[in-house]
Design a protein around this ligand. Structure first.
Ligand code: ADP
Ligand code: MG
Length: 238
């Protein structure tokens, strides 16, 4: 589904991604783990071209994404950020129907129907007419997930979706992500939630210093990482 070949990205003289290659299959759930500043967000942002790669190739579903119009690339890739990024002056429902109507040309009725289904799925149907500032962090993030799903993406990208949440709200967001994974969605998740990565991910990518240091099944990564760097990282966080 996604093929990444020798992906490099520099900001000025700072080479942040130093040649990353991996493949992600349909329905795979990938956890991207690593210390702060290791290039995790940049990696994710290159996949949906919020950053332009300096070199290397990324294909999604067989299409080279650097050849495509940016909006076309993003239609297939849902993205969820740490800080929700909801439209503050739109209601929950309006947040969900905006892109389907304005980017994809879906009719208002169809967009609302789909949005309401998704809000039921994330447990927030009753909040459909609220504005984001009336919601808790966990509710905002569930709206953000539903909004990304409203575009019918083939892949969902998450950048530390629970890092800005109060601890008691982490679980409700992880549960939504877990059921999405169980429904067969292809997902790439940058996370510090090691328990979640271990339980839900099919594979862990461990980044450090711009290198993909490990690419392994969770039970292998967490129980017997092959690199000293991954072991040192796990010693700190577990
Ligand atoms: P992580 O998500 O793993 O914490 P990032 O991908 O955000 O790491 O950042 C990796 C490095 O790239 C950091 O040194 C950061 O300062 C740098 N960086 C990220 N985005 C930019 C940018 N837009 N301009 C300049 N430097 C950036
Ligand atoms: Mg980051």
């Amino acid at each position: 589904m996604i093929k990444i070949e020798n992906l490099k990205k520099s900001f000025g003289k700072n080479e942040v991604l130093k040649g990353i290659s991996t493949e992600i299959k349909e329905k795979e759930v990938i956890a991207v783990i690593g210390p702060s500043g290791s290039g995790k967000s940049t990696f994710l942002r290159c996949i949906n071209r919020l950053e332009e790669p300096t070199s290397g190739k990324i294909t999604v579903g067989g299409t080279l994404i650097t050849d495509k119009n940016v909006l076309k690339v993003r239609e297939n890739l849902g993205m969820v950020f740490q800080n929700f990024n909801l439209f503050p002056h739109k209601t929950v429902l309006e947040n969900l129907i905006y892109a389907p109507m304005n980017v994809k040309g879906v009719s208002k009725n169809k967009a609302i129907e789909k949005a309401e289904d998704l809000l039921r799925q994330v447990g927030l149907f009753e909040k459909r007419n609220e504005y984001p500032n009336r919601l808790s962090g966990g509710q905002k993030q569930r709206v953000a997930i539903a909004r990304a799903l409203a575009m019918n993406p083939t892949v969902m990208l998450f950048d530390e979706p629970t890092s800005a949440l109060d601890p008691e709200m982490v679980k409700e967001v992880l549960n939504v992500m877990k059921s999405l994974a169980e429904s067969g969605m292809t997902m790439i998740i940058v996370t510090h939630e090691m328990g979640f990565a271990r339980e839900v991910a099919d594979r862990v990518l461990f980044l450090e210093g711009g290198y993909l240091v490990e690419d392994a099944a969770p039970e292998v990564f967490f129980n017997s990482p092959k690199s000293d760097r991954a072991r040192a990282f796990l010693d700190k966080v577990l």
